[in-house]
Design a protein around this ligand. Structure first.
Ligand SMILES: [Zn+2]
Length: 376
């Protein structure tokens, strides 16, 4: 693409050194029915006019290996969320979080012909309540898989530790397996764990947001010439909470113009210049993300920022589609379970979804005068 299509010349996407493989997994993103809404400033800075709250869905993702093995990456929020660890229920109520959940993921699977017993393991990207779901709705044959440091830093859970944010019932009587990342396998900037041992599905060590935070890289298609045009879905968990936290970048600058305008995505003939968005960018940059993480939110902010920079390198590739756990802008654009996401590359989803988050900037653009409109 010519650089005149962008407000800055894009840097080439860095080589991620993804090992070659002819094996894929079937990836289906489940809309867990959870809807969460929290004050924007609790997660992102600076504030954005007209966007006082952030939230949306909490995706759970079903990964199906051709052998029949099935795992879930994250579980959303448990339906009876007031039965979470008391410390978290208290925090949610005090902080004014809104949490609505219609179904547990086990119910959604069963409504669509799968049994909870079919699930070999549940992988928690991390152990926050909006990812842990209710593991006790799965039989004891379903293992629980967690990231590095979980066992030493997060157990015992509630009630053995009355202050714990997680429930012991989630792993009572089942295998609790903690991933340790081998030093010899790295994909992009991240240590990687080849889950099925055949290159179809990797867990990635993406620390910072929470203890043992993990992402996943799923190979969704292979080409006949191995590796050349493979496609992947990157499941980013809570590395980021909004598209403006990892876009734009030097690899993916803001375009010179949009059609349709991301502010009016349902009007196919609408247009707007990319400069509309640099004008409200905190540093007026076409190559830096709009938002930073609010200090105090992540477990380790330096590591969390490093993980975001690493994720941006995946997002830079046309053949990798990034799904973060709470990406509201993908609701309605992305096919959800029971449909699979594997054919995302043929549907233009990446192009349609890439700047969809800018829809949240409507009021800021509207109120733009000739100076900054950021609140702080
Ligand atoms: Zn979350």
């Amino acid at each position: 693409m010519s650089s005149s299509k962008f407000l800055a010349t894009p840097k080439p996407a860095p080589d991620l050194n993804i090992p070659k493989s002819l094996n894929t997994v079937k990836v289906s993103v489940i809309d867990s029915t959870a809807r969460i809404s929290v004050p924007f400033s609790h997660f992102l800075t600076p504030a954005l006019k007209g966007k006082e709250r952030i939230g949306g869905p909490a995706y759970s993702t079903l990964i199906e290996h051709p052998s029949g093995r099935k795992v879930l990456f994250d579980l959303g929020v448990r339906k009876d969320w007031e039965n979470m660890a008391p410390k978290i229920v208290e925090t949610a109520k005090e902080a004014g979080w809104s949490i609505k959940v219609e179904k547990n993921v086990a119910e959604i699977l069963e409504e669509n012909g799968l049994r909870a017993a079919d699930i070999e393991a549940i992988i928690w990207s991390h152990c926050h309540f909006d990812h842990t779901g209710d593991v006790s709705t799965f039989p004891s044959t379903t293992a629980l898989i967690v990231g590095p440091g979980f066992t030493s830093q997060m157990t015992p859970g509630y009630p053995t530790n009355p202050e714990a944010p997680i429930l012991e019932s989630d792993w009572a009587g089942r295998e609790l397996r903690e991933i340790s990342f081998p030093s010899e396998l790295r994909i992009g900037n991240f240590a990687a764990y080849d889950f099925f041992g055949d290159g179809s599905f990797y867990l990635l060590d993406t620390p910072g947001h929470a203890v043992g935070h993990m992402s996943a890289l799923c190979r969704t298609s292979t080409s006949s010439s191995v590796g050349a045009n493979d496609t992947f879905v990157f499941l980013g968990g809570d590395c980021c909470h909004h598209g403006g936290e990892f876009r734009p970048t030097p690899y993916l600058p803001l375009p010179s113009s949009f059609s349709p305008s991301p502010l009016t995505p349902h009007q196919p003939h609408s247009m707007c210049p990319g400069s509309l968005f640099t004008a409200i960018h905190p540093t007026f940059s076409p190559v830096e993300p709009f938002f930073d993480i609010t200090p105090g939110v992540p477990h380790d902010i330096d590591e969390a920022r490093k993980s975001i920079r690493g994720m941006e390198q995946f997002d830079a590739h046309e053949d990798i589609f990034v799904v973060i756990a709470h990406d509201e802008s993908l609701l309605g654009l992305m096919e959800n379970f029971p449909k699979s996401l594997n054919r995302w590359g043929e549907t233009g989803l990446k192009q349609r979804g890439r700047w969809a988050f800018l829809q949240d900037f409507g009021e800021a653009v509207e109120q733009m005068k000739d100076t900054r409109v950021w609140l702080d």
